[in-house]
Design a protein around this ligand. Structure first.
Ligand SMILES: [Zn+2]
Ligand SMILES: [Zn+2]
Length: 338
């Protein structure tokens, strides 16, 4: 039996383990990828933090990694339209491919199921992985896989958050980005590349604010009550046309609620599960609130194009597969930038 190394979540409540497992063989229509890079994500912590029991949707052992890049190594019987040796990214939120949402390209909101690598089936944190359909492979060309693997989530999710707001972010408008971490710093770059709005970054960390300015923020403030006055002063009292909350906790959503302008929009990207009161006189007139879920395959192609032009770069730290356990411990302790 040929074997390979994989980073697996094996026991509910325990951390990730590096294990020797069977190297998979592609079935009909499937593709075997030799993995060139995989991203570690805070949602892996979310998966591993969920208690065991009937509510827990995960089937163990599970190879982690919903952000993956690889080289096509072998094709299953009948697999077409892809060549061995091609460099690709793996599109994560894989739907049924047949329902109306999938037909419209919104596979991330499939009406039937979400079948994501590293979440619902074995993911990219292994030497090899199976991709169930060639449509989930997005050409990477000569882009560096290590710098690009996280485009599939840390790039795609902010892109999906920002793209629908682009037409309103004309000159004279202001967009506020709350939380300039793994996704937020990409959000700043996408806003810079796709709009002419003034970008204001808010974060609790002065280091992250300096980083936000480096990647394109026009202004950067500590996200306390003072931020409300600072944004009001900048905007002649109007507030922010769009607030992107990359944290989603109660204090940041309270801030978003206070900052949004009349006819503005609050876009919730962070998964911290705070909430925002929406109602007559509790929200400014003609505002809307949107909650985002990952992104579409076409949008992933667009994000790759931005990366190819150098408009978006995800800051990464590099590790070997054997260091995976340590990465998740450091992520938990908050000492990883990404
Ligand atoms: Zn993720
Ligand atoms: Zn579907």
């Amino acid at each position: 039996m040929a074997t390979m190394k994989a980073v697996q979540y094996v026991t509910f409540g325990a951390g990730a383990e590096v294990r020797e497992v069977e190297k998979p063989t592609p079935g009909p229509g499937e593709v075997l990828l030799k993995v060139t890079a995989a991203g570690a994500c805070h949602s892996d912590q979310f998966i591993m933090g969920m208690p065991a029991g009937p509510e827990n949707p995960y089937r163990l052992p599970l190879t982690l990694g919903h952000e993956g890049a690889g080289i096509v190594e072998a094709l299953g019987p009948g697999t077409k339209n892809v060549e061995v040796g091609e460099a690709v990214l793996v599109f994560g939120p894989q739907g049924c491919g047949r329902c109306h949402a999938c037909a419209a390209g919104n596979e991330n909101n499939c009406e039937n199921f979400m079948d994501a690598p590293g979440i619902n089936h074995h993911g990219a944190m292994a030497e090899y992985m199976i991709v169930k359909d060639v449509r989930h492979l997005v050409p990477l060309g000569d882009l560096d896989p290590i710098a690009s693997a996280s485009l599939t989530d840390a790039g795609l999710t902010p892109y999906h958050a920002i793209k629908p707001a682009v037409t309103r972010l004309i000159p004279g408008t202001t967009a506020v980005v709350i939380g300039v971490g793994g996704l937020g710093h990409v959000g700043v770059q996408i806003l810079k590349a796709m709009t002419s709005t003034r970008i204001v970054a808010l974060d609790v960390s002065a280091d992250k604010l300096a980083f936000a300015r480096e990647v394109g923020a026009d202004e950067a403030f500590i996200s306390d009550e003072g931020a409300i006055a600072q944004v009001r002063a900048l905007t002649g009292g109007r507030g922010a046309d769009v607030v992107f909350d990359f944290v989603g906790a109660q204090p940041t959503l309270d801030l978003a609620h206070a900052l949004v302008a009349v006819m503005g929009e609050v876009v919730i990207v962070g998964v911290a599960q705070g909430s925002i009161p929406v109602g007559y006189l509790t929200m400014k007139f003609d505002t809307s609130v949107r909650v985002v879920n990952w992104g579409t395959r076409a949008e992933l192609m667009e994000v790759v194009e931005l990366a190819r032009r150098g408009a978006v770069a995800i800051h990464t730290e590099e590790f070997t597969l054997d260091q995976a356990t340590e990465i998740y411990e450091r992520m938990h302790a908050g000492t990883l930038r990404r």
